[in-house]
Design a protein around this ligand. Structure first.
Ligand code: SAM
Length: 230
């Protein structure tokens, strides 16, 4: 019963990985990977008691307690040195929260694990955090499922990075060149939303010029990316 979203995430987990899945909730991702013999070990971390118990039950029910350690912990605190984690997945949360978990847990990133992140919103600031911390994006996915559009960012530590520009951070270096259907849908909807707000605000008495210009620039930037045939 793995969603298409988590199946795509799973596809980026290297064979025989030692995985930490943070914010695991039902542990569907590590359970699927363990049952399919795709990982050699996993830690499933959960901060909230209810989801932590869900995770624990799932792993017990599937008979995976030897392979998957369930830990009640905040973010990367779930990871211990002896786990020798080489891959971290953090999925189904907002970009700012994923960024905070990575920032607060920097000491757990010293072995430079591969990061597979699935922010529900706020991917740009996560891309910026990766770039500022020696991580290079090596792949991106965008998909639509149950009326939501999800992005997946895959990054590996690579201090000598290919530099990204502003449009890469905002739209995704791979996604903006690929121009897939969900990508176009997402950004067309975003441009439409800003245009509508702009129209509403123009009717208001006070509408600072700078704010208006910022919104117009954003619309122009989006339309530029959507029309970019290069
Ligand atoms: N990763 C699963 C997925 O993608 O389907 C579950 C996503 S669920 C919406 C997000 C989970 O992250 C929640 O169960 C929440 O309790 C957990 N969470 C939020 N902040 C966390 C933190 N700092 N450390 C560990 N888990 C956290």
């Amino acid at each position: 019963h793995l969603s298409e979203r988590l199946l795509k995430v799973a596809a980026y987990v290297p064979q025989a990985a030692r995985l930490a899945d943070i914010g695991s909730d039902h542990a569907y991702l590590p359970a699927y990977l363990a049952l399919n013999k795709r990982i050699s070990y996993a830690v499933a971390g959960e901060i909230v008691k209810g989801p932590y118990l869900n995770t624990l039950h799932e792993i017990e029910n599937e008979g995976l307690t030897k392979l998957v350690q369930v830990r009640h912990a905040d973010g990367l605190a779930a990871i211990e040195d002896h786990d020798q984690i080489d891959t971290i997945t953090i999925c189904g949360m907002g970009g700012p929260l994923i960024k905070k978990i990575l920032e607060d847990g920097k000491d757990k990133l010293q072995a430079h694990p591969k990061l597979i992140l699935q922010p529900n919103v706020g991917a740009p600031q996560l891309r910026r955090w990766l770039g500022a911390n020696g991580y290079q994006l090596i792949a991106e996915e965008i998909l639509e499922e149950d009326q939501h559009i999800y992005e997946i960012l895959v990054a590996q530590y690579q201090p000598e990075q290919v530099l990204l520009d502003e449009l890469d951070y905002e739209f995704g270096p791979f996604l903006r060149r690929e121009q897939s259907a969900p990508f176009l849908k997402k950004w067309q909807a975003e441009a439409f939303k800003i245009k509508r707000v702009l129209q509403q605000l123009k009717k208001a008495k006070e509408f600072p010029v700078e704010q208006q210009q910022r919104m117009q620039q954003k619309i122009k930037q989006i339309e530029g990316v959507l029309n970019d045939q290069s």
